[in-house]
Design a binder for this molecule. Structure first.
Ligand code: NAD
Length: 305
């Protein structure tokens, strides 16, 4: 490739999401009589979780979403945690419930995620909502893959991000005829990612740790999504010139630097568009948490989503 790639700036795009949500909230809240509410449940003192939760609070504020906090000790009993989730499930002012994972041992994150009312699921990880994704029916979708889809839309349109852009300026791209490879098949990212691409008519391949000749599988794709957790796994030789490369991975090197699953410096010269790490998919995951909360708010108030 001779052209420099389009750098998909997740931070700037997330502000475009915030502007979009803020406009929606202003319009609907006067009819409904309140703004959307997001309950954020943090258990224990995990420093990474605290950082993520702080970022979510900041972003909620930017959008105009009210937050409700439950900062709980790691020693909390299962029954007390169940009671807190139950209270938010019943609270009419709460439209999204976020249980920050991982939970401290021995609490089982998946079990408590299932206790969140599906219509208040902000992460899109409740099994009922994952089933609705499989059926192509409306429901909160998992945040990270949803964020990747918006980045893909940005990659495929001619819009340049500016302070005025909202999501209304970025059309949902048709992926008919395009080949997409998703590396990784986790419940959190890989699997839902593949189904969102399929919903847009892409021809999707799921690759994973047991895939043979992964470089050749990737080289066949127009779109490569890496959600693996192996630093700089994807190299230039894996990427067809002009392909779009979306890097979900967040890995910390021995020197404390954050790197993705894609060897950015190696791959960027051959890609037509690429996400950086950090500042790529990460901020969009937070943005989509708010988007799900607003969509839940709209559905719960019989407003168009
Ligand atoms: P996971 O460990 O649950 O799944 C990893 C997947 O990668 C598995 O399906 C496995 O089969 C596959 N895999 C592992 N080694 C492989 C190899 N050598 N070749 C091919 N496939 C291989 O991880 P996850 O939760 O899906 O997360 C993946 C990465 O994305 C991690 O780095 C994580 O930190 C990051 N992540 C980022 C965000 C974000 O907001 N940017 C959100 C979630 C996860």
């Amino acid at each position: 490739m001779t052209h420099p790639p389009k750098i998909l700036d997740g931070k700037k795009l997330s502000h475009a999401v915030a502007r979009t949500l803020s406009k929606k909230i202003t319009t609907v809240s006067s009819r409904v009589g309140r703004v959307p509410g997001l309950a954020v449940i943090l258990v224990g003192e995990n420093p990474a979780s605290k950082t993520y939760v702080a970022a979510k609070h900041r972003f909620a504020k930017e959008c105009g979403i009210q937050t409700f906090d439950a900062n709980l000790p790691s020693t909390i009993s299962e029954n007390d945690l169940i009671e807190i989730i139950r209270r938010y499930n019943l609270d009419d002012n709460v439209d999204g419930i976020l249980l920050q994972l991982p939970l401290p041992k021995p609490l089982d994150g998946a079990r408590f995620t299932r206790m969140i009312a599906p219509e208040k699921d902000a992460d899109g990880l409740h099994p009922l909502n994952q089933g609705l994704l499989l059926q192509g029916l409306p429901a909160p979708r998992p945040c990270t893959p949803l964020g990747v889809m918006t980045m893909l839309d940005l990659a495929l349109c001619s819009v340049e991000l500016s302070e005025e852009i909202t999501l209304a300026d970025i059309p949902a791209a048709s992926l008919a005829g395009k080949k997409a490879v998703v590396i990784g098949r986790s419940q959190l990212v890989g699997k839902p990612m593949g189904f969102l691409l399929l919903e847009r008519n892409a021809t999707v391949t799921f690759a994973h740790s047991r895939t043979s000749d992964l470089p050749a599988v990737c080289r066949d794709a127009d779109i490569v999504v890496a959600a693996v957790g192996v630093p700089k796994l994807v190299k230039k030789e894996w990427v067809r010139p002009g392909a779009i490369v979306l890097d979900v991975g967040i890995n910390r090197t021995a020197e404390g630097k954050l790197v993705g699953d894609v060897d950015y410096d190696d791959v960027a010269p051959v890609a037509s568009a690429i996400t950086p790490v950090p500042g790529g998919v990460g901020p969009m995951t937070v943005a989509m948490l708010m988007s799900n909360t607003v969509d839940n708010f709209l559905r719960r108030n019989n407003e168009a989503v």
